[in-house]
Design a protein around this ligand. Structure first.
Ligand SMILES: [Zn+2]
Length: 417
């Protein structure tokens, strides 16, 4: 089994050594002298858990900067969906490689994805060494004639996923209540439940979505999805911006996990009044995501944390609504809990998914409050080393194969335009 020893690194304000055996954190102590295959000098650096990006569409890095300054539905129907018809396996593969590179460089070690050409996206994530949950996308645009093909593909992919590396998990995406027929929502929910799979969906992202749902079904999207059996403890619902009190109690009763994506929400102007306090008070586990690069333009979880806190504080008129430790847990521990993966905490027994932060910089001087400096002063260039599943993915800010990825995407993206 591989072993990695990190010497003299700051863990929660205290200088410690961390011993990683295989893919787990074996021991954290003042001094560890066990021999290890790899030795890492942590002097001048602080350790943090790897961030977990809980809602993204990684292949969309190819569409960074496409369809700017227009509303969500126009953006989806006139820009994104027509462009996506030109996607190929090769394009998704390189788009996902670029996404993984961007995530690693900004301290993200795990992502919850919803995109196309699944085997190629998984191959990209696997080669980059990052952890992921990747889903087959159920999206029929209310055309029930597509259901047989979708069911066949879903089944085929589920079988294929049994051969995936342990680090990459398979899940089911039901795109949204407005884009999938009731029959397919019911089928996919049952399919996931029978196989104990996570379900990843978009929920009440825009006000218009709620208005249409009430008109069509007489129910909010939350209550409509609940009626179809799509909500449960393994459901991960992204956005949840237009949610009323009754929706909150349904989401809490079903133990649904919620993902807040503030940068995407602000940029497409879908809304920003994310009811964090109400969700938390109802006992709902909340985590954070960036959404895809076509809407949020980057996959930076540090930036996501900062915007989340600023908007919550500003909107509520209350500086106490998002304490630093809680904010970090939204991007790490809560996400691990939502995915059912033992990661997101730097603690013995947890998966060795972590980053070393370089603190010899303006942003960390003086270093009175490390977390405040990390989230409010620094940017992702402070992430020096990234370890995922016990392996070093980035050291001194260098990721293997970086130049080739940039070159390939720069050459290939034109095929989409
Ligand atoms: Zn999304």
């Amino acid at each position: 089994m591989s072993s990695l020893l990190i010497k003299n690194v700051i863990v929660n304000g205290k200088k410690q050594d961390i011993f990683i055996l295989g893919n787990k954190i074996e021991l954290i102590a003042d001094t560890i002298n066990s021999p290890a295959e790899t030795l890492l000098d942590g002097k001048g650096k602080s350790v943090i858990p790897g961030f977990i990006n809980m809602h993204t569409h990684s292949g969309m890095t190819l569409m960074r900067g496409i369809g700017e300054d227009i509303p969500l539905m126009e953006w989806l129907q006139n820009v994104i969906w027509p462009t996506e018809t030109k996607l190929t396996d090769e394009l998704v593969y390189w788009g996902t490689k670029l996404a993984c590179l961007e995530m690693i460089k900004s301290g993200t070690t795990c992502f919850n994805d919803q995109y196309w050409s699944l085997p190629y996206a998984v191959k990209a994530a696997d080669e980059m060494g990052i952890r992921s949950v990747q889903s087959i996308v159920i999206l029929d645009l209310m055309d029930e004639s597509k259901s047989d093909v979708l069911k066949y593909e879903c089944d085929k992919m589920y079988e294929l996923s049994k051969g995936w590396p342990e680090r990459n998990k398979f899940s089911i995406s039901i795109h949204a209540a407005y884009s999938v027929s009731a029959k397919m929502i019911e089928w996919a929910s049952r399919y996931a439940m029978d196989r104990n799979l996570l379900v990843h969906l978009h929920l009440s992202e825009t006000e218009q979505e709620n208005v249409e749902s009430l008109k069509l079904h007489g129910l909010t999207p939350t209550r409509y999805l609940d009626r179809l059996g799509a909500l449960g403890p393994k459901t991960i619902a992204a956005h949840c911006l237009w949610i009323d009190d009754e929706d909150i109690s349904v989401l809490a009763d079903r133990d649904v996990k919620i993902v807040h994506n503030i940068n995407s929400n602000l940029k497409i102007a879908s809304g920003y009044r994310f009811k964090y306090k109400e969700f938390k008070d109802a006992g709902i586990i909340v985590s954070l995501g960036t959404d895809g690069c076509a809407s949020s333009n980057n996959l930076d979880m540090l930036e996501t944390m900062k915007t989340t806190a600023l908007v919550q504080k500003g909107w509520r008129g209350d500086p106490t609504v998002m304490p630093l430790k809680e904010l970090l847990s939204l991007a790490t521990e809560n996400a691990g809990k939502s995915l059912g993966i033992k990661c997101g905490v730097v603690k013995e027994g947890y998966l060795a998914d972590l980053s070393l932060v370089e603190t010899n910089s303006i942003a960390f001087t003086p270093n009175i409050n490390f977390l405040a400096n990390l989230i409010y002063s620094a940017n992702s260039s402070c992430i020096d080393t990234v370890i995922c599943d016990g392996k070093i993915l980035m050291k001194n800010r260098k990721v293997e194969g970086e130049d080739e990825i940039l070159k390939m995407v720069d050459k290939l993206y034109k095929k989409l335009l």
